[in-house]
Design a binder for this molecule. Structure first.
Ligand code: GUN
Length: 293
């Protein structure tokens, strides 16, 4: 069994991106600039945004963090989005989710200029992705594709089960892996709350992508021996032995599934660091105008 070390791979790619930034500078270009809007004080969001800003610092990108109180109105947030759309110094930006309940995330998403939508959440980018056109790929699915590629895991003709159908992970992941692309050509099944025999579907899979947000949901008896298991889940479970009172676990029962899988991602240190890496890769593409010429 091979552990897919997302943390190590992210560090490697960090070095590669830093070299590209040096090259851009040497050619007289400005460094890529990512902005992030963070609304409210959700602890997980704060931690994610912090790691995005740190990654920017590490690779030599400029970053701008715009923190707003939870009381910000939808209109004020839309104005902020408009400002970022018009700010030529910003190559790409994200609005960290979730947003407070009085703000419609769909409205905000639609207001983002697709050319700066490095999250790849705007319908223009999602549609372009689904059609196989150049687009910013959503960070988590792209991070998973990079992991599969860098670990030389062949996907062509493989049966892949994606557990979960969210707009930001499960749905785009299922589309990408079914496409005619280097890491793709899978026969994909999406498993969700209405699926008749979830366990049997998972058991059939050569590649399992778990993205449902349920701690330790996928157990060893559900996994075909030799399967590749990618765990997107980040769940907090109580743990009185920890100072903070909890620990993070994935959607996969790692201790036991790792005994039957051929490749597996740990939590933490698997998909998480690759998601951040992927956002930074998209920002570099934005600065280099690779997607939208
Ligand atoms: N919240 C959880 N994941 C993400 C992400 O990838 N992007 C944004 N903007 N918010 C998130």
């Amino acid at each position: 069994m091979v552990i897919i070390d997302g943390k190590e791979l992210a560090s490697k790619i960090k070095v590669e991106i830093a070299k590209e930034v040096d090259l851009l500078k040497a050619e007289g270009h400005k460094v890529p600039h990512l902005a992030a809007i963070l609304v409210g004080d959700n602890a997980a969001s704060q931690s994610y945004v912090k790691s995005k800003v740190k990654f920017c610092d590490d690779v030599g990108f400029e970053s701008t963090l715009i923190k707003k109180d939870e009381s910000i109105t939808e209109e004020e947030l839309l104005d902020l989005v408009k400002d970022l759309n018009e700010d030529d110094t910003v190559d790409g930006y994200i609005v960290q989710l979730p947003l407070p309940r009085h703000i419609d995330p769909e409205k905000i998403n639609l207001a983002i200029d697709p050319q700066k939508d490095v999250d790849g959440f705007h319908p223009t980018n999602f549609g372009r992705m689904a059609l196989g056109l150049p687009s910013y790929l959503p960070a988590t699915p792209q991070g998973i594709l990079v992991m599969l590629e860098r670990y030389n895991i062949s996907t062509s003709g493989k049966k892949c089960v994606v557990v979960g159908r969210s707009n930001i992970v499960g749905m785009p992941m299922s589309i990408l892996l079914s496409q005619k692309r280097e890491i793709g050509n899978c026969t994909v099944t999406i498993v969700h709350s209405r699926t008749k025999d979830v366990e049997q579907e998972i058991k059939n899979a050569d590649i399992v992508i778990a993205a449902i947000g349920r701690a330790n949901y996928i157990t060893a008896d559900m996994v075909k021996p030799g399967a590749v298991v990618i765990d997107v889940g980040i769940n907090r479970i109580e743990d009185p032995t920890k100072k903070r009172g909890y620990r993070l676990v994935g959607d996969v029962d790692y201790a036991n599934v790792s005994k039957v899988a051929s490749f597996i991602t740990p939590v933490p240190g698997g998909v998480g660091p690759m998601t951040v890496t992927s956002l930074i890769m998209n920002t570099l593409k934005a600065a280099k105008k690779e997607i939208y010429k």
